[in-house]
Design a protein around this ligand. Sequence first.
Ligand SMILES: [Zn+2]
Length: 360
Amino acid sequence: MSYDWLAPSRAQFSRLSAQLPHALLVTGEPGMGKHILAMEMVASLLCDETQLNQGFRQACGRCKNCIMFESGNHPDFHYVSSERHVDSGKSDESAHLEYAERYLEAFEKRGKRKPRKVISVDQIRALIDNFSLSNHSASYKVALIEPAEAMNISASNALLKLLEEPSPDSILMLVCNDTSRLPMTVRSRCIALSIDAPTITQVMSWLKSQGVNESNARKALAICGGSPLIALAYSHSEETVNFETLLVTMAAILNEDAGAIESREILVKLGAPAVLLSWLQMVINWLINAVQCRAYQGEAPWQAYNRAFAKLSRKLKPASLPALFQLYDDLLLMKKQDVDVVNPAMLLDKWLIAFAQRLG
Ligand SMILES: [Zn+2]
């Protein structure tokens, strides 16, 4: 089995297997492999001939149920997701889109409207109907709801029926990025299974096994704060290059009078507004850490090993801290506004001018 850092969570699932709860809540930071773990558990529950591997009952991949599951045709597996989640094409989930489509409006019928972000009450009602039928082929009926926080209030309320009166031999799995957005009534009825962040050494060696060289792995990890799957995606994309350019341009802006318009333009064009916003937030956060560590003679954060970041952070002194906090708060405020509606380039530009004036 790959994804070694999932081993403790797999072991936890095995311990639960003796008396399997009706509902599991899989949590962890984005990019930690929640979907992969959930699918491994689903496969394990459907398989007729599981094999013990490092304490985990792994699906055999050969029996009738395994073959049906992999081909996207297993009648006892239900995958409820949002249009937005499915359309965003999170790479590792593509093999299971056939399942998600059963619970979504047919693509041809959607017309030109935007993909919906929510999991609706109708989807949950359809799931309840299907769960009331007897099993077709496997010992369990399994439903995966992902991302669970996409359920709106009516959907969550409808799900309570399944959580409170579970049908026999059925297991619900909720995959959630942000449990604070899940109603307590739902959370409290699930057994939590969380994925712990892997160590940097674990991620580095995993990225290496995926064919990423050390230098790219370090750059990608600096962006992703230790999320292995996101780091892998970054290391194969232009985004690491763009992120380096962002760091270099931020340093250049601090050297110029109020940040020359050319530099600001370069930066604003580096990515989608939402991406830029989270990158800037991350960089300011790192800068705060770096300046604080220097002020208290602590150990530099590991981002400091990224040369472009080191160059940027050297420009700042302990006296810059209040300005950094203010800039961070301004980013939070911007994030709350709907960047799709307001002019995002203008907002970012205004922020960059403030960045240059307060820190330059
Ligand atoms: Zn099998």
